[in-house]
Design a protein around this ligand. Sequence first.
Ligand SMILES: NC(=O)C1=CN([C@@H]2O[C@H](COP(=O)(O)OP(=O)(O)OC[C@H]3O[C@@H](n4cnc5c(N)ncnc54)[C@H](OP(=O)(O)O)[C@@H]3O)[C@@H](O)[C@H]2O)C=CC1
Ligand SMILES: CCCCCC/C=C/C(=O)O
Length: 485
Amino acid sequence: MTSIFTHEFNTPIYKGKTSFNTGLYINGKFVEGSDKNTIDVINPATGKIITKVAEATSKDVDVAVAAAHKAFETTWGLNMGGAGRSRLLAKLAQLMEDHQQELAALEALDNGKTFTWAMDVDTTFAIDTIRYYAGWADKIHGQVVETDERKLSYTRHEPIGVVGQIIPWNFPLLMMSWKLGPALATGNCIVMKPSEFTPLTAIRMSELIHEAGFPPGTFNLLTGYGNTVGAAISSHMKIDKVAFTGSTLVGRKIMEAAAKSNLKDITLELGGKSPNIIFNDADVDQAVNWAAHGIYWNHGQACCAGSRIFVQSGIYDEFLSKFTEKTRSLKVGDPFDLDSYQGPQVSQLQYDRIMEYIQSGKDQGATVHLGGDRVGTEGFYINPTIFTDTTPDMKIVQEEIFGPVGVVIKFEDEEDVIRQANDTVFGLAAAVFSQNITRALTTAHRLKAGTAWVNCVNQLHANVPFGGFKQSGIGRELGEYALHK
Ligand SMILES: NC(=O)C1=CN([C@@H]2O[C@H](COP(=O)(O)OP(=O)(O)OC[C@H]3O[C@@H](n4cnc5c(N)ncnc54)[C@H](OP(=O)(O)O)[C@@H]3O)[C@@H](O)[C@H]2O)C=CC1
Ligand SMILES: CCCCCC/C=C/C(=O)O
C-alpha cells in the first residue's frame, strides 16, 4: 500500500497544508516499488526525517517504459495533435499557479532554499516554462524545400519517443519543468527520476499532471537512487533519449551507458566554474551586489554560480572590502524566516563535500578571508565564504564546489583575465562588469561559455537557450532550441 504524506506549514511566512501520495507514479496510478522499499526524505534545516517515499527498482523502470511506449503508440505521440498538447500543458501551468505557495513551501522544506526565493524564482520560472512550451506545442513544423521547379521535399518534426529524464536536487521543480515542457510539447512520453534528496515537488507535480488530464503513461515518475534507477534509465534499450542535469561525473556515465546500449540521444547539463570578471571601470557597488548574488544565491548550489570572481587591480581593494561587507550582511537561517537570505545546504553529503573543499583551500595555502565555518548546531548550514591568495592550480579554483564559497582573484589586463577565465574544463556561464560596452562585449565573446552576462548575472528566461561549452554539457535547454533535440 502506498502512503499519504500530510504536512501542516505553520511558519512566519507561509501557513497551509499539503497532502499527497508518496508512491511511484506509473501509467496514471500511484504504486509501491517492486521491492516495497522506501527512501527517507530529510529536512536539511534539521537533519530529521520529513517522510518516506517509495523506492523504485530497475523492474519498475521496465514497467514505466512499457507504459510510456503504450501511451506513445495510442494516446500521445503522433496521436495527440499540437493543440491538444498545448491545452494540457496550459492547464498544468494553471494548476501549478493555483498551488504555487504549496509547491514553494515543499521546495523550501525539502531542499532548504528560502521560501521567498522558491516563490519568486523556482516556482514562478517553472510555471513560465510550462506555459512557454504550451505556446509552442501547436507551432512545431518542418520545412518545405524546393529542389527544382517541378519538385519539392518536406521535413517533419516528429517526437523522439520515450525519454528518460534525470533531475538534480538544487532546483528540483525548475529542472523538472525545463525537461517536461519541451518533451511534452513535442509529443514525447517521459520516465523521470528526481533526486533521492528532493523528490517531494516532483511527486506533487505528478498529481497535478494527473489532474490536468494527461493520458496514463505519458508521464511516469520513479523516485529512486541514481546507481539503480538512473543507471537503468540510461542503459535501457527502449528509451530513446536521456536528458540529464547533474555532475560531470554522472554525465560521463550516462553518455557511456547510452553508447553501450542503444546509442540513445542525450542532453547533458553539467557542472560549472563560472568566471565573474570585474574591470576597473565597472560600477563597483553594482558589481558587488551581483557578485554576491552570483555565488551565494541558492547557497552556491547552482551550475552557473559565479564562483571565480576576477577583479582588476585598480579596484581590487575597494571591491574586496565592499564584497566582504555585503557577504557579512547576508543572513543565514531558517528557509521560512522572512529575512533569511541563505538556508541550509541540501544534505549532509553536500555539507561534507563543501567543508572538504574549504579544508583543501586552507591546506593548499589560500586565505580564508571570511566564513569557512558552519552555522548553528543542527542542519546543514555553512557561512558564506570568501577565499583570497589562491593560485590557479588549487582545487578551490579548478573544481565545482557547489556551495557558498567564492574565490576572489586579482588580474591586470584583458588578456590576463581571459586566459585565466578560460583555464577550466567547464564552460557554462560567465559575467563581465564594465561601463565600456565594447570592452564588455569583446571580453564576453572571447569567453568559452554557453552564456555570458554583461553587468548582471543569473538572468535566465524560458525563451532563452541555456547550456554549456566543454565539460559543462551537450545540447541546449529552454527556448526554441530545446524543441530540436
Ligand atoms: N549541474 C547541476 O545543476 C548539478 C551539479 N551537481 C554537481 O555534482 C556534484 C555532486 O552532486 P550529486 O548529487 O552527487 O550529483 P549527481 O550527478 O550524482 O546527481 C544528479 C542526479 O543524477 C542521479 N545519478 C547518480 N548516479 C547516477 C547514475 N550512475 N546514473 C544515472 N543517474 C545517476 C542522481 O541520483 P541520486 O538521487 O541517487 O543522487 C540525481 O538524480 C555537486 O557537488 C555538484 O558539483 C549536482 C547537482 C546538480
Ligand atoms: C534565475 C533562475 C536561475 C536558474 C538557474 C538554473 C540552474 C540550473 C542548474 O544548476 O543546473
